[in-house]
Design a protein around this ligand. Structure first.
Ligand SMILES: [Cu+2]
Length: 139
C-alpha cells in the first residue's frame, strides 16, 4: 500500500515536471544562455561585468532576462545579440518614445528614476512574437 502510494506520487511528480509552463521556462533558460554566449563573443566579457549598467540582451524575439528587478537609479542597457534581426525598446508604460531600431551589437540605455513595475515592448515583434519584457524598480 505504502509503496503504491509512493509510486502514485512519483507519477504525479513526473506529470508536474512535464507541464507546459516548465517546458517554457527551460526553453527560455536555454535561449538566454545562448544569448549570453553571443554577448561574450561580441564583447569579450560576461554581460554582468558591463560597467555601471545592468544588461538585458535581445535575442530570437526574446528579452533576457524577460523579467528584471533593479534598484531605483539603475541604468539598463538593452543589447541586440542577434545575428540579423533588429529590435527596438519601447517603454510605452513609462510614456517614452520607442528607441531607434537596434541592429546586432547596438544598444539602448534608460535610467529608471522611479520605483514600480512596467512592461515594455519590442515595437516590431511584441504583437507577432510576444517580445515583451518587464522591469520592476525597487525603491
Ligand atoms: Cu524584436
Amino acid at each position: 500500500m505504502y509503496s503504491r502510494l509512493l509510486q502514485g506520487s512519483a507519477v504525479a511528480m513526473g506529470l508536474l515536471m512535464m507541464t507546459p509552463a516548465m517546458a517554457e521556462d527551460d526553453k527560455a533558460a536555454e535561449l538566454c544562455a545562448k544569448a549570453e554566449a553571443r554577448y561574450v563573443d561580441m564583447f569579450g566579457h560576461p554581460s554582468a561585468e558591463a560597467e555601471g549598467v545592468t544588461v538585458v540582451t535581445m535575442y530570437k524575439y526574446r528579452f533576457c532576462p524577460e523579467k528584471l528587478t533593479v534598484p531605483v537609479g539603475t541604468t539598463v542597457r538593452w543589447v541586440n545579440v542577434d545575428k540579423r534581426t533588429s529590435h527596438t525598446v519601447h517603454l510605452n508604460e513609462a510614456g517614452e518614445k520607442e528607441s531607434d531600431r537596434l541592429f546586432p551589437e547596438e544598444n539602448f540605455e534608460f535610467t529608471f528614476l522611479s520605483a514600480g513595475s512596467q512592461q515594455y515592448l519590442c515595437g516590431p515583434h511584441w504583437e507577432t512574437q510576444k517580445m515583451i519584457g518587464m522591469v520592476t524598480v525597487t525603491p
